[in-house]
Design a protein around this ligand. Structure first.
Ligand SMILES: Nc1ncnc2c1ncn2[C@@H]1O[C@H](COP(=O)(O)OP(=O)(O)OP(=O)(O)O)[C@@H](O)[C@H]1O
Length: 260
């Protein structure tokens, strides 16, 4: 296992957000975290990456508790893709991608030719090499999100954690970012990685053929293949409204809320 949580309790200070969370991420899979606003997805991410201490239980990164690893060690194994916001300073997109190399530089090390080549390569793999010299702050939300994914690729970590990678993207950009994520995991881009992502759209779990962790009321209601566990009754319980799952003529499953 690349990353494993054992009977984890998560929260902030003394405030418990979730408990009894047991999950793992295997090489080459996409794990999709689904749950309503405020259920603790970001808190769980931060705990899984060693940024927040668990209130109970443990996180293992590889064969060791994450609490025993240095930040640089963690950064060589996990790359984090935050939601794309415009930065206060102007950066070239390539500079943003180069930041992914930080954990691989020595103390005071400057990025060298190999680092630039790796960064450009990552952009090329995502089809955004032409954005390298552009001002990151002036890119569209979708372009920025792809630059941040390129930064994670340049980090060369086997596991990429993405916090709502399609939030605030238009319909076309959502589909584009999703297909890039699918390619990362399938190995069509580089050597295949694992991705953990959170989303508010259960259809994305179907589109990615993901393994799903369905969070509800501070715990995990179900986990397993999207096609096995995402059904009308569970989704209705989690999102507190009647939802049905239907299959399109092309065989894809979609979720439909009953709006009266
Ligand atoms: N820094 C913090 N200090 C105290 N409580 C916090 C902090 N950050 C989040 N919380 C609380 O923890 C709970 C879980 O929040 P979290 O952001 O993890 O949920 P989420 O599932 O990511 O939500 P969303 O889907 O809306 O992004 C919420 O009740 C929130 O108010």
């Amino acid at each position: 296992m690349m990353l494993e949580a054992r009977n984890l309790s998560i929260g902030h200070g003394k405030t418990l957000v979730g408990r009894g969370l047991t999950l793992s991420v295997a090489p080459g899979e996409v794990l999709c975290l689904l749950g309503p606003n405020g259920c603790g997805k970001t808190t769980l991410f931060r705990t899984l990456m060693g940024l927040l201490p668990p209130l109970a239980g443990q996180v293992f990164l590889g064969d060791r508790p994450i609490s025993t690893r240095t930040r640089a060690e963690i950064a060589r194994r996990i790359a984090y893709v935050p939601q794309a916001h415009a930065p206060p300073f102007p950066f070239e997109a390539l500079e943003v991608v180069l930041m992914g190399r930080t954990a691989r530089l020595g103390a005071f090390g400057q990025p060298g030719r190999t680092d630039r080549a790796t960064a450009l390569d990552a952009m090329d793999h995502l089809g955004i090499a032409d954005l390298a010299g552009r001002n990151y702050a002036q890119l569209s939300g979708g372009q920025r999100q792809l630059v941040l994914i390129a930064r994670a690729l340049a980090q060369e970590a086997p596991l990429i954690v993405m916090d709502e990678p399609t939030a605030s993207l238009d319909f076309g950009n959502q589909a584009q970012v999703l297909s890039r994520i699918a390619a990362l995991v399938s190995g069509a881009v580089e050597d295949g990685r694992s991705v953990v992502l959170s989303t508010h759209d259960p259809d994305q779990a179907f589109a990615l053929d993901a393994r799903v962790v369905l969070m509800h009321r501070g715990g995990i209601l179900a986990q397993g293949a999207a096609s096995d566990i995402l059904d009308g009754p569970r989704l209705s319980a989690v999102y507190d409204m009647p939802i049905t799952v239907e299959t399109t003529t092309s065989g894809r499953r979609v979720c439909l809320p009953a709006v009266s």
